[in-house]
Write a protein that binds this ligand. Structure first.
Ligand code: ZN
Length: 217
């Protein structure tokens, strides 16, 4: 089975960046992680999180978790911050850009997330300075969702719907990265009948309208 490690930045006594209204980076990425845990449960992929509660995990422990799990990919999730409070935008960091699939994953992730908040796409960048990117033995990326130092961003991050939408963009791109088909089927129901003959009558009506694949459950 293919494996993924999702690293939720900060936690415990390390809140990461904190917005003007007190929103903590560590809490926001934890909420995203919890949605992702749920969304990826049914998927044919082994996923390990470096944390799923508000606890401190050192950078070297995060790397140890990923390396001993022998994941194919490592995705670290963070929220950005800047002294210029007007700055917003999404960016994704990689250690190197020599993997075509990872490059595509990162650029699609940027595009998807800037679509949720209608923010600037700051793009995919490379850096040798992120400890977790440098020391994990698998292909890795670090997502900076938006800037919590901006008060509009902080407000946007308070909405459960937005957190869910961001998680959903991340999930969709993970599925693409691993070539996993999202085989969720949307079924159309027309009614429930206690009497079987009524169900058969209804089925005949539907079939007479040309819906030959209709069936009784
Ligand atoms: Zn961070």
């Amino acid at each position: 089975m293919k494996k993924l490690v999702i690293d939720l930045g900060h936690g415990g006594y390390d809140p990461g960046a904190v917005g003007f209204g007190g929103t903590k980076e560590s809490d926001v990425v934890l909420s995203i992680g919890k949605y992702l845990e749920n969304m990826l449960k049914e998927v044919d992929l082994d996923v390990k999180f470096t944390r799923l509660s508000d606890k401190y995990v050192s950078l070297s422990d995060r790397v140890k978790i990923a390396n001993s799990y022998k994941a194919d990919y490592f995705l670290s999730i963070h929220i950005n911050s800047a002294s210029d409070k007007s700055v917003r935008g999404v960016e994704v960091w990689m250690y190197s850009d020599n993997d075509k699939k990872l490059n595509k994953f990162c650029s699609d992730l940027c595009e998807g997330i800037c679509g949720v908040f209608k923010i600037r796409n700051r793009g995919v960048k490379c850096s040798k300075d992120f400890y977790v990117l440098k020391n994990t033995s698998m292909k890795s990326a670090l997502l900076e969702v938006d800037f919590i130092s901006n008060e509009f961003c902080e407000n946007d991050l308070k909405s459960e719907d937005n957190i869910k939408a961001i998680s959903s963009v991340i999930k969709d791109n993970i599925l693409k990265l691993y070539d996993i088909e999202d085989d969720k089927l949307y079924k159309v129901c027309i009614g429930s009948y206690r009497d079987k003959s009524n169900a058969i009558n209804m089925l005949n009506i539907i079939k007479s309208k040309g819906f030959d694949d209709a069936y009784i459950l």
